[in-house]
Design a binder for this molecule. Structure first.
Ligand SMILES: NC(=O)c1ccc[n+]([C@@H]2O[C@H](COP(=O)([O-])OP(=O)(O)OC[C@H]3O[C@@H](n4cnc5c(N)ncnc54)[C@H](O)[C@@H]3O)[C@@H](O)[C@H]2O)c1
Length: 335
């Protein structure tokens, strides 16, 4: 068996827990070190995970057993930490979004390409069983040419409190960049195209004092005339509400994943077909890390391709502009 890829995690807050759980079961990668600006927390996590702890990023990047770094720090820090990791010759799995601006995202992509390093971005929803099933069915032509996609990910308030960095648009980039990227990325992936228009509408449901829209709809227009609606909310009641709806309408049929269903239905000329991929959330991060490790070994291309991750930032920035101006934003000439 090949040696497992040695991984360090920088930023051991909320989402790092999912990466650490995945690393405990992955046969392709292992956690060797953690680091966090909160050193006490990093020490505690290292003790729990049975790995090393580093006090600074420099110390992480000096370790010869660290071949790759997963960055799980707030969005505003991604450009700087990502550049330091790549400049130190380490492969990088950056949590989404790749960066706060298209320029910064492109700079990270260029740096990784120059250095011959793998740069993956944690668009984790690409690795859920249902997302993979939809992609496979669309690619097989099960519904013909996709013409309309609807992605709904609505849930209750999950952010830790009013001081959470996520609620500060200067640090998170706003809800489009923070959560919207998951949905717009899925829509573009299934559509097989990048959108050329973006329109967003949002509400501050939980409180008018919020600086971000906790309920958000992003409408995408595609060059071939297709459209997508991406609806994301963290303002549902009851607070533990958490539901997902997926629809892909094509020229030959329809795929649906209803909010209370486990699997996907395909409405085709031949009749109704059903897929019941298991939606176990744990598997998502195992698939993501194994895919990253496979790309580092040169077994396959990185998923998602970095130009898709850059585009997710472009679309999110356009959505935030649309929210601010209540205008449709054209991306023509921006790529
Ligand atoms: N893929 C997903 O589904 C998903 C879900 C949630 C969050 N995320 C992304 O993961 C990242 C982290 O989000 P989170 O919810 O875990 O945040 P969090 O606030 O729970 O954790 C962030 C951690 O980073 C540490 N930190 C902050 N700045 C640092 C620095 N400069 N150096 C080292 N450590 C630093 C903090 O002390 C904290 O422990 C964000 O980019 C977010 O967008 C992705």
């Amino acid at each position: 068996m090949k040696k497992r890829l040695g991984i360090a995690i920088v930023g051991v807050g909320g989402i790092a827990v999912s990466h650490m759980a995945a690393l405990r079961v992955s046969e392709r990668a292992e956690l060797v070190c953690v680091q966090d600006m909160d050193y006490e927390r990093a020490k505690q996590v290292a003790a729990e995970q049975g790995c090393r702890v580093a006090e600074t990023l420099e110390q992480v990047l000096q370790r010869i057993d660290v071949q790759a770094v997963i960055v799980c720090t707030p969005n505003l820090t991604h450009a700087e930490i990502g550049a330091r990791v790549l400049n130190a010759g380490r492969h990088l799995l950056m949590e989404k979004p790749l960066a706060m601006t298209v320029d910064d995202a492109e700079a990270l992509a260029a740096l990784a390409a120059d250095r011959g390093l793998v740069l993956a971005v944690g668009h984790s929803h690409r690795f859920s069983a249902q997302s993979l099933a939809v992609q496979r069915l669309v690619a097989e032509g099960a519904v013909g040419e996709p013409t309309f996609v609807r992605v709904v990910m609505n849930g209750g308030w999950i952010w830790p409190g009013w001081q959470s960095w996520v609620l500060n648009p200067v640090v998170s980039g706003g809800h489009s960049l923070h959560n919207g990227v998951h949905l717009t990325d899925l829509a573009s992936w299934w559509m097989g195209e990048k959108p050329d228009t973006v329109f967003a509408a949002g509400q501050r449901v939980t409180s008018g004092a919020l600086d971000i829209a906790d309920y958000l709809v992003i409408q995408l227009g595609f060059p071939g005339g297709a459209a997508a609606i991406c609806e994301v909310s963290r303002a549902e009641r009851p607070r533990r509400a958490n539901y997902l709806e997926l629809t892909v309408i094509g020229t030959e049929g329809v795929l649906t994943r209803a909010w209370d269903a486990e699997g996907i239905r395909a409405w085709l000329e031949e009749g109704l077909a059903m897929w019941s991929p298991d939606g176990a959330a744990g598997d998502v991060f195992v698939r993501e890390i194994d895919s990253f490790a496979g790309a580092v070994r040169g077994e396959h291309v990185v998923e998602p391709p970095v130009h898709d991750a850059i585009d997710a930032v472009r679309v999110a920035a356009a959505a935030e502009r649309s929210l601010a101006t209540a205008q449709l934003v054209s991306l023509e000439g921006e790529r």
